[in-house]
Design a protein around this ligand. Structure first.
Ligand SMILES: C[S@@+](CC[C@H](N)C(=O)[O-])C[C@H]1O[C@@H](n2cnc3c(N)ncnc32)[C@H](O)[C@@H]1O
Length: 231
């Protein structure tokens, strides 16, 4: 019998499966990592000192848990029901931390909460969502002068814009679903963010600890402090 077409959210349901026995133990949340190399590069200080933060596409949620343990009220929004259920189970005893099952743009557009002091994404939804759709929604939900930061794999030179991903969780179903991720050179990210009204932008590639390994793109921008900054 043919499969029903896979949706992007179902693709991410398969991310980081657990094949061990018993209940899956949570990952360690004693550090905030922007890169794929534990302890390498900057940490939570990139976000300044937020009181309220929103993570876009947290999956396991360990960075959100780390921030919450340090007194930040954190919401993680992810459209994979499996990732949300797992994160909720792991971090249910962490005060100030909650996970919402929703698509990032939909949540940012519909949530009637007070603005966030920081919105961030660690190899998360920002990588997999068209910035032309997402960035205006992010800017509307940030308090004046607040941080928007994200990380993802360093771009392959010349492969810019939406790139088809050969994700290992597609399990041979590549013809049914194209998972896209948006890659640009650091200076292009600066231009896109400026065009959407962000200010004080820094975008750079952090080299891997070992030469020849994949680096990490890290971008930090700010919402305008005053309405005149936005003009
Ligand atoms: C590579 S994983 C995130 C990695 C995460 N930092 C971790 O270490 O577990 C990407 C996550 O982004 C989520 N995601 C992708 N696009 C999304 C969207 N448009 N809205 C909400 N979540 C999204 C996926 O469901 C997935 O959980």
């Amino acid at each position: 019998m043919p499969h029903a077409p896979m949706t992007p959210a179902e693709y991410w349901d398969k991310y980081k499966p657990y094949n061990g026995e018993g209940t899956q133990p949570p990952p360690q949340a004693h550090r905030f990592d922007w890169t794929q190399y534990p302890g390498h590069g900057p940490g939570a200080e990139v976000l300044g000192h937020p009181l309220r933060a929103l993570e876009l596409g947290p999956a396991e949620g360990k960075e959100a848990a780390h921030l919450a343990r340090h007194g930040v009220e954190v919401t993680g929004v992810d459209f994979s029901s499996t990732q949300v259920e797992r994160a909720r189970a792991w971090w249910k005893d962490t005060p100030g931390l909650s996970f919402v099952h929703d698509e990032a743009c939909a949540y940012l557009t519909s949530a009637s909460t007070t603005p966030y002091d920081a919105i961030y994404s660690v190899w998360g939804a920002v990588w997999f969502t068209d910035p032309e759709d997402l960035f205006p929604c992010v800017l509307k939900r940030l308090a004046p002068g607040s941080v928007f930061a994200f990380s993802q794999a360093e771009p392959v030179v010349g492969s810019y814009g939406p790139q088809q991903m050969r994700g290992k969780w597609l399990e041979g179903r590549e013809r049914e679903l194209t998972v896209l991720r948006w890659q640009y050179a650091p200076e292009t990210w600066v231009g896109i963010l400026e065009r959407h009204g962000f200010t004080d932008i820094d975008a750079r590639v952090l080299k891997a600890p070992e030469p020849g390994n994949l680096g990490t793109l890290l971008v930090r921008a700010h919402s305008p402090s005053t309405s005149s900054d936005a003009e």
